[in-house]
Design a protein around this ligand. Structure first.
Ligand code: PGA
Length: 222
């Protein structure tokens, strides 16, 4: 991982119009000049091109990630988006989010293909695991620990347990490990302060630009 830590990643999921994403970029782009880590925005596919153009033309300190990519390299796969298409616009790609594992039956085999495609295209996979035993493809260097009970529930893991899991994952390989699951402005610093967890993946609390900026501010102090 060459980008500076902490990593604070906004996963907008299937939310927001382009107008709203653009406003989010305006607000977050100006919002926290003291933040020295890396901000990554993961909007829906249709907005990646316009977001990349805006970030470039306004020199915003925000990187882009896709929320998924195809298990196929490229070709006749209607509706799919290939890693090589995403890599023109993004630096990162979320792979193996539990919402994809559950709703789209993505298994370890499919996710290994996705991670390999991402890496081959020059993207950094943000590989999501549910616990310290979840298989991790060899291409993954950045892991997001996201326990199922914590995602979108308002019931985060304890910072202590999250740090324990992060440490166990780091014992398995040379990984950057971030935490995701009901991260909020008041709790983010507890996850980052031990220095074991390298960042956060934020869903609900990233939708409101002000609350995301509060997370960046809190993360700056760690
Ligand atoms: P949440 O989502 O912050 O709303 O729990 C996290 C995620 O889905 O990555």
């Amino acid at each position: 991982m060459s980008d500076s830590l902490p990593l604070v990643i906004a996963n907008l999921k299937a939310n927001k119009t382009w107008e709203e994403v653009s406003l989010w970029l305006d607000q977050v782009g100006q919002g926290c000049p003291s933040f020295k880590g890396t901000i990554v925005l993961c909007p829906s596919y249709p907005f990646l091109t316009a977001a990349a153009q805006k970030i470039k033309s306004e020199s915003l300190k925000i990187k882009l990630g896709s929320q998924d990519l195809s298990k196929f390299e490229k070709g006749s796969y209607t509706g799919e988006v290939a890693s090589s298409q995403i890599a023109d616009l993004c630096q990162y790609s979320i792979i193996g989010h539990s919402e994809r594992r559950q709703n789209f039956a993505e298994d370890d085999h499919i996710l290994a293909k996705k991670a390999a495609n991402a890496k081959a295209a020059g993207l950094v996979p943000i590989f999501c695991v549910q616990n310290e035993n979840t298989p991790v493809p060899k291409e993954a260097e950045l892991i997001a620990y996201e326990p199922l009970f914590a995602i979108g529930t308002g019931n985060p893991d304890t910072p202590q347990n999250a740090a324990t899991v992060a440490k166990r994952l780091k014992d398995r390989g040379n990984y950057t490990v971030i935490y995701g699951g009901s991260v909020t402005p008041p709790n983010v610093k507890n996850f980052l302060k031990k220095g074991v967890i390298d960042g956060v993946l934020v869903g609900n609390a990233s939708l409101d630009a002000e609350s995301f900026i509060d997370i960046l501010e809190s993360a700056s102090g760690q």
